[in-house]
Design a protein. Structure first.
Length: 341
């Protein structure tokens, strides 16, 4: 029996950066994200009579010795350990957006793999009946990629670090309809990043800016939550811009330093601020561990922002993905092609 999960990506408004314990996937700080809708991963999983797991990515069968196939097989081992089931799986997965370019394919990828893999191992889409509710799914997804734990539900989602690795929690603080925002994702490069976020996380503690950052994050979280509760983009926007730049300041001042931002990223952010100041539209940027820019704006302004960006940056923009606040993963029996091949 085949099960297919479709899971959304998410964009962090308050970033997860740095880990207290890498082996237990225990983050240095609480983080908060908006679940997306268009940028997703669709993953099918089927029990198969084989000696090893099989992985088909974007229509191509991966060699079992490839880095990607091994990462997926390691995650399936976690799901087998959690369910007590031993079956090998064939997993078919594809993204709606370019992987490894700062649009967090690992978040949607590990959320979809966790949901589809659990369903296939348990032989049912009723995961909750087998003890896999939101908390358990989030805890498993996190082992694949930290930010994946925020893709297991929709709207605005907070991941609390807790006092110990085992007291981490993930909760939806507001649903997708409560405050709809557009995320105009401006892809300035679709090249794989030279340093993975997994590696760069471990450098965070060496930055002299990291301790002051951690000291101020509690207050910033409160301000971001208050802006979301008030549905106030004018209060939210400056907070998310400062937050993204602060995370990159830590990344750039760590040992070794990493530069995810490019000249075009910097030019784009300056341009956005200049257009905003001129009253062209109200839009704010945030940036994950890559060169691409997420522009948050009211849904009515998304087309205007995308057109203006194209006009100003032309060929320097590789692609624009118009996304918005979305709900959590879906799971179905069989193969629902919600993502075009
Ligand atoms: O989940 P990871 O290990 O790929 O870390 C990603 C961290 C950021 O995307 C930069 C921020 C976040 O909170 O998603």
């Amino acid at each position: 029996m085949m099960f297919t999960a479709s899971a959304p990506s998410n964009i962090a408004l308050l970033k997860y950066w740095g880990k207290r314990d890498a082996a237990r996937q225990w983050p240095a700080n609480d983080s908060l994200s908006m679940t997306l809708s268009t940028a997703r991963t669709e993953t099918s999983a089927t029990i198969a009579d084989r000696a090893v797991d099989g992985v088909v990515y974007a229509g191509n069968t991966l060699s079992e010795t490839s880095k990607e196939a091994q990462k997926i097989a390691r995650h399936l081992d976690r799901l087998r350990a959690a369910t007590g089931r031993t079956g090998r799986l064939v997993v078919e997965t594809r993204n709606t957006f370019p992987a490894g370019c700062g649009i967090a394919s690992s978040a949607s990828g590990f959320a979809a793999l966790t949901v589809a893999g659990l369903a296939a191992l348990l032989g049912t889409e009723d995961l909750a009946a087998h003890g896999f509710g939101l908390a358990e799914i989030a805890a498993l997804a996190r082992q694949g990629s930290g930010s994946a734990c925020r893709s297991v539900t929709g709207g605005y989602v907070r991941w609390d670090a807790g006092d110990t690795p085992d007291t981490q929690t993930v909760q939806q603080i507001a649903d997708a309809d409560s405050f709809a925002l557009a995320d105009v994702i401006v892809v300035l490069s679709d090249r794989e990043k030279a340093v993975s976020s997994t590696d760069a996380h471990t450098f965070a503690w060496s930055s002299p800016l990291f301790a002051p950052r951690l000291a101020g994050l509690g207050e910033r979280l409160k301000r971001i939550e208050a802006a979301l509760a008030a549905k106030d983009l004018s209060r939210l926007g400056p907070e998310i811009e400062a937050e993204a730049l602060e995370m990159h300041a830590v990344i750039m001042t760590a040992t070794p330093p990493v530069h995810y931002l490019t000249e075009t990223t910097a030019a784009f952010c300056a341009w956005l601020r200049q257009r905003r100041a001129a009253g062209a539209f109200e839009a704010y940027f945030t940036i994950d561990a890559g060169p691409n820019v997420h522009v948050l704006t009211a849904p009515k302004d998304a087309d205007l922002v995308a057109l203006a960006a194209r006009a100003a940056f032309g060929e320097r923009i590789h692609a624009i993905i118009k996304d918005h606040t979305g709900s959590g993963p879906t799971l179905a029996r069989g193969h629902e092609r919600t993502v075009s091949p």
